[in-house]
Write a protein that binds this ligand. Structure first.
Ligand SMILES: Nc1ncnc2c1ncn2[C@@H]1O[C@H](COP(=O)(O)OP(=O)(O)OP(=O)(O)O)[C@@H](O)[C@H]1O
Length: 428
């Protein structure tokens, strides 16, 4: 109701609505902890990225939640007093013993007290998050008058996360992402691939060096403008409570000319329909958060796809959404899919990447084979770079090792499944 009402009044964007969604549940004490969990560190970035820190709205919904919690508390008290009053009359008329009445009251009181404490703890966490100061101010920086088509350059970037200042993640990292080209990042786990995507989204600033988009340092650009030009699908797409449809459409600019057929096409191409059609309410099934990892990824891909399609006539990620993104980040976007769906979805993503600056991070060969350039990362810098054909023909090198390891893993999986099949046949 609240969301509908505010949306009708055009007081905030659809993405903001999600927070309304989350906080709305605060009024139902039992759900409080579950929903507050969503507001963790990563999601604070998410809020930044989808322009959510409109404190007014969040505070508004926070107050609403607070008011609702108070109402719940008060109604609880009224119920207890009524029970005591009515129970007292039953005791007087010997229908109920004092012991029975006391057990009912103590039970009710302890439930109420537990919920009250849970509510207090959760509300505190929300306020802590709302009171956080953003290190990267959102409403600051250049908003270029025209859409950028140029290249992204990571120029001698050095970076470590503030939480681990001694762990240098990137050192002397230099890479050029060219418009219309797909650049794939490969490397062992922990080599810094996702960190590069994080820096491109300007969730952190480098310690040394710079990242430039069309000769402009990202630090000089408006973060809101920058993020609105980046589309991303990541390893663990964040889905909110609400329907699958809400999760695909969230962040979609309400002013764009969106039609149901755009949604249907994105759903079909991302293969969301394969599982949504089995659900009783299809795309309108609630609790999008209960989907499997692979299903969540398809929903995130549908998000990215719909933004591209609606922008043709008329807004990732998973997490970040943008209207016809100039830059596309695919961070293990198909890692949770089975091999058949992976191939189909990969084709859709390859098409999505056309004409954009695409940064793809993947462990699977199928996701990088078509990349124009593959950069192999080790200890935070590029050690090998070239096309798939160039790198694969090298006799030695990290890329070759990674490919061999990948082939070996694939072979082991294959032999295991053959063994299983043979066992089933023998048992039969
Ligand atoms: N938020 C964070 N705070 C502190 N350290 C972090 C944070 N995120 C990542 N790291 C560290 O930074 C290094 C690089 O992590 P990153 O996620 O970029 O690696 P990756 O190459 O993407 O790995 P994977 O292939 O497993 O996803 C790791 O040592 C990791 O522990």
């Amino acid at each position: 109701m609240l969301m509908q009402c505010l949306q009708n009044q055009g007081r905030y964007k659809f993405g903001q609505l999600i927070i309304g969604y989350q906080t709305r549940h605060l009024s139902i004490g039992g759900y409080m902890n579950k929903n507050v969990k969503l507001l963790n560190h990563t999601n604070t970035h998410l809020l930044q990225a989808i322009h959510l820190p409109k404190m007014q709205l969040i505070r508004y919904t926070g107050y609403r939640a607070n008011a609702s919690a108070q109402k719940t508390g008060m109604s609880g008290n009224v119920i207890i007093i009524s029970v005591l009053y009515y129970g007292g009359t039953l005791v007087v008329s010997n229908v109920l013993s004092i012991g029975e009445l006391t057990s009912i009251s103590i039970n009710g009181l302890s439930n109420f007290y537990t919920k009250l404490n849970k509510g207090n703890g959760s509300a505190q966490r929300i306020w802590e998050i709302l009171d956080r100061k953003y290190e990267i101010p959102l409403n600051f920086g250049i908003i270029p008058s025209e859409k950028r088509k140029g290249q992204v350059i990571f120029d001698n970037v050095k970076f470590c996360f503030p939480a681990r200042p001694k762990n240098i993640v990137l050192d002397n990292f230099t890479l050029v992402l060219r418009p219309g080209e797909t650049t794939a990042l490969v490397g062992r786990s922990g080599s810094g691939k996702t960190t590069i995507a994080t820096l491109l989204l300007r969730l952190y600033d480098p310690l040394n060096g710079r990242i430039v988009l069309d000769d402009v340092d990202l630090r000089d650009l408006s973060p809101i403008w920058l993020r609105s030009h980046i589309g991303a699908v990541n390893q663990e797409p964040v889905l909110f409570s609400g329907t699958i449809r809400d999760n695909i459409l969230y962040g979609l600019n309400p002013n764009v000319n969106f039609t149901e057929s755009h949604l249907e096409e994105a759903v079909r191409r991302a293969h969301v329909d394969e599982f949504s059609s089995q659900l009783p309410d299809g795309l309108d099934t609630l609790r999008g958060v209960l989907l499997s990892g692979g299903q969540k990824q398809t929903v995130a891909i549908a998000r990215a796809l719909i933004n591209v399609h609606t922008s043709v006539t008329a807004k990732y990620i998973v997490i970040f959404l943008s209207q016809n993104p100039t830059i596309l980040i695919l961070d293990e976007a198909t890692s949770a899919l089975d091999s058949v769906s992976e191939e189909l979805v990969q084709n859709a993503l390859d098409e999505l990447a056309k004409g954009r600056i695409c940064l793809t991070i993947a462990h699977r060969l199928s996701a990088i084979r078509n990349a124009n350039t593959i950069a192999v990362l080790d200890n935070g810098h590029v050690i090998e770079q070239g096309s798939y054909e160039q790198l694969i023909t090298q006799n030695v090198g990290t890329f070759k090792e990674l490919v061999n390891e990948f082939m070996m893993k694939k072979f082991l999986v294959y032999t295991k499944s053959v063994q299983c099949m043979l066992r089933v046949i023998c048992v039969k």
